[in-house]
Design a protein around this ligand. Structure first.
Ligand code: URA
Length: 425
């Protein structure tokens, strides 16, 4: 077998055989297929696609490139959630302890932000002392004692995907549905969760800009999970406007704690509860009401134990950025649009995100929203507050906010998008 014949097969719109797929993933993981050869193959896959069998085999080969975790020693069923990434998407933070408080175990391997979408680990690292890197043993221990753990995936899990994802990121080959689906699902299946709920975001702030693409991605991932014995369900959810009222690391932790305290923005609460119900149902935990666990403080108790078990101080003051800049409404009326992508790019430029994998992030940086689409606003009232430690970034962030919102005349009729658009099982 050689890389050139595999590349040619896909370049010429052929089907890759099982042997070709197993060989190329294994050889790439071990450095026998060069980055330039794999990037040519990734581009051929992006342009010409893969069928269901090829995607399933590609995913299985990536799982086989590393270790598989095993949670069978736990006394509770496991449930995990994966979001395809959005702006202000802090849902994992209240969701993991909430589902644990209701009786499932939540092994949540999470990532860092790249580009305009935030990363769960960056958010939690704004809590003084909190550690994202745990050994497999530590992870299992936190999961067993608190019911939930949110941490970085170890190097041993789907190493082929780690290499390939980094390569796709710099070769314009991220946006291929077969590659996204196999990348996400290889990690989730190798992680060993019994059930999985996928939050597939749709809209300007998401990877998938159209409902058709989101549907295709969701049903591909649901099929892969089901074929591997993982009970998998997907919700397609709106990402045309940011979730909640904050985008940025410490800002989002603060908002998540508000949700755990029984408050918080209604869209964040609605999505957290919708995903919690799906996770509990998929894990076979019946007759519990997650809304009750938010109201009675039991989800908050798990959050505090989970943060402390990973070295964090749940009572510590969260970092606040040194400088703020307020954007005021230029007219009175109805906020009819507040674009997720523009706000996400602004938060990123303010220092909440990174341009390269090794860049540091600012814990306090980000954007705070004072109104959501559908709200009535008055000329001169604060609309957005930008936060950063480095005020020279304001101008660059303001450029991305220009044209990102519209204020209609007073009385303009407004019909917002529902938070949950569709369910695919
Ligand atoms: N997230 C992943 O883990 N992989 C992708 O390919 C895209 C998003």
């Amino acid at each position: 077998m050689d890389a050139i014949s595999v590349i040619r097969t896909k370049r010429d719109r052929g089907e890759l055989s099982d042997e070709q797929i197993d060989w190329v993933i294994d050889a790439y993981t071990h450095g026998e297929v060069a980055d330039e050869q794999m990037s040519a193959l990734a581009m051929a896959i992006l342009l010409n696609g893969m069928n269901r069998r090829e995607i399933a085999r590609w995913t299985a080969a990536m799982i086989a490139s590393g270790e598989r975790m095993d949670f069978s020693s736990l006394s509770r069923p496991t449930a995990d959630k994966h979001s395809t990434g959005g702006v202000g998407d802090k849902i994992t933070l209240p969701l993991a302890p909430l589902v644990a408080a209701c009786g499932a175990a939540v092994p949540q391997l999470s990532g860092r932000g790249l580009g305009h979408t935030g990363g769960t680990l960056d958010k939690l690292e704004s809590i003084p002392g909190w550690r994202a890197l745990l050994s497999n043993e530590e992870m299992l221990n936190v999961l067993d004692t608190t019911g939930a753990v949110i941490c970085a995936a170890g190097d041993g899990l789907a190493p082929a995907d780690k290499k390939l994802y980094a390569l796709r990121d710099v070769t314009g080959t991220v946006e291929a549905i077969p590659l996204i689906a196999s990348s996400i699902m290889s990690k989730k299946i190798a992680e060993g969760t019994g059930s999985l709920v996928l939050d597939v975001k749709v809209g300007t702030g998401a990877f998938m800009k159209t409902i058709e693409d989101a549907r295709e991605l969701a049903s591909t991932m649901v099929g892969l999970g089901t074929d591997h014995g993982v009970k998998t369900v997907a919700l397609l959810t709106d990402m045309s406007t940011p979730l909640g009222l904050t985008a940025g690391n410490a800002l989002e932790v603060r908002e998540s704690v508000e949700v755990l305290a029984g408050g918080g923005p209604s869209d964040v609460v609605e999505l957290t509860l919708a995903l919690a119900r799906e996770m509990l149902d998929a894990a076979g935990v019946r007759d519990v009401d997650p809304a009750k666990a938010l109201a009675d403080g039991s989800a908050m108790d798990v959050w505090r134990r989970m943060i402390a078990a990973q070295g964090g101080d749940p009572d510590a003051e969260l970092p606040v950025a040194r400088e703020q800049h307020v954007i005021k409404a230029g007219a009175s009326g109805v906020l009819t649009r507040l674009d997720a992508y523009g706000i996400g790019v602004a938060a990123w430029r303010l220092g909440a995100g990174r341009a390269r994998k090794e860049d540091p992030v600012q814990a306090g940086a980000g954007v705070e929203l004072h109104a959501k689409p559908g709200d009535t606003v008055t000329e001169g009232q604060p609309l957005l507050t930008l936060h950063t430690d480095t005020p020279e970034r304001f101008e660059y962030a303001l450029e991305s906010i220009e044209g990102s919102y519209d204020i209609g005349a007073t009385g303009t009729a407004f019909t917002g998008s529902p938070v949950v658009l569709e369910r695919i099982a």
